[in-house]
Design a protein around this ligand. Structure first.
Ligand code: C5P
Length: 239
């Protein structure tokens, strides 16, 4: 399967997001179809669910990156709302535990079989936030090491029915070899020559694709570019 591109719409206001989306109109229809829009907490809180529904109504595929983490009943409710909204992807924390993920899977499968909504969103598990140092992580998780936690949580996610996981470009090859059926979503991508910014471990779109990324996430190299359309076209050309 061809690697797809998600653009992280990390804007603080609806106006800035809409100015950016207006520029995407210069993409060819075929290229527009290949782009997924990732909406995170900042923009979601600035715009609201109806604005996201309007993106979907306009034909965009949406990746709702709200990283759900709560008791199973609450996360199931949120997952069903994501499905009713028509999101293609949403994230939850793998550390929410097996029963939470199993119940989300069961609820989505049932909603689709009962035709409550047609398209089942893909459930993406977030493992250890890349901002954690070993020391800070051990302080929260009683001495557990980061790489042990990533291995254990991804394995739990796979066994509990998540569709994919978010991982760094340097983990994707290993994840794919261990869990070939998991869909891999990979941030920390920098087209060659662009500024790494605050991302410590980066990879080019082409290398991430070769390593097994199913969906790469690119934010600032596109959203802050003078010519975002040219950057998107060049990335799509590499995939
Ligand atoms: O601007 P940049 O390309 O660095 O944006 C990457 C996007 O991926 C941001 O929305 C960021 O929150 C997200 N992300 C990340 N690293 C993770 C998980 C998510 O950069 N481990």
């Amino acid at each position: 399967m061809k690697t797809e591109l998600a653009v992280a719409l990390d804007f603080p206001t609806r106006e800035q997001a809409e100015d950016f989306l207006a520029r995407l109109k210069n993409l060819s229809a075929a290229d527009q179809k290949r782009v997924v829009l990732k909406v995170g907490l900042e923009l979601f809180l600035a715009t609201g669910a109806d604005w996201v529904r309007s993106l979907i109504a306009n034909g965009y595929r949406v990746f709702l990156d709200l990283k759900f983490h709560d008791i199973p009943n609450t996360v199931v409710g949120a997952a069903l709302q994501a499905g009713r909204m028509g999101a293609d992807f949403f994230t939850l924390h793998l550390s929410g535990g097996g029963p939470m993920m199993q119940k989300v899977k069961a609820a989505l499968d049932q909603a689709v079989s009962e035709k409550e909504f047609a398209k089942r969103p893909r459930v993406l598990g977030v493992s250890v936030l890349t901002s954690f140092s070993e020391k800070d992580f051990a302080a929260v998780y009683s001495g557990k090491g980061v790489s042990d936690a990533v291995r254990d949580w991804v394995s739990l996610g796979q066994a509990s029915g998540v569709d994919g996981i978010v991982c760094s470009p340097h983990e994707v090859a290993q994840v794919k070899s261990q869990f070939p059926s998991l869909f891999t979503v990979v941030p920390g991508i920098r087209p060659s020559g662009s500024d790494a910014g605050d991302q410590a471990r980066v990879m080019t779109p082409k290398d991430a694709s070769k390593a097994g990324a199913d969906l790469i996430v690119v934010g600032r190299p596109i959203t802050q570019a003078k010519d975002p359309v040219a950057v998107i076209q060049s990335i799509l050309g590499e995939l």
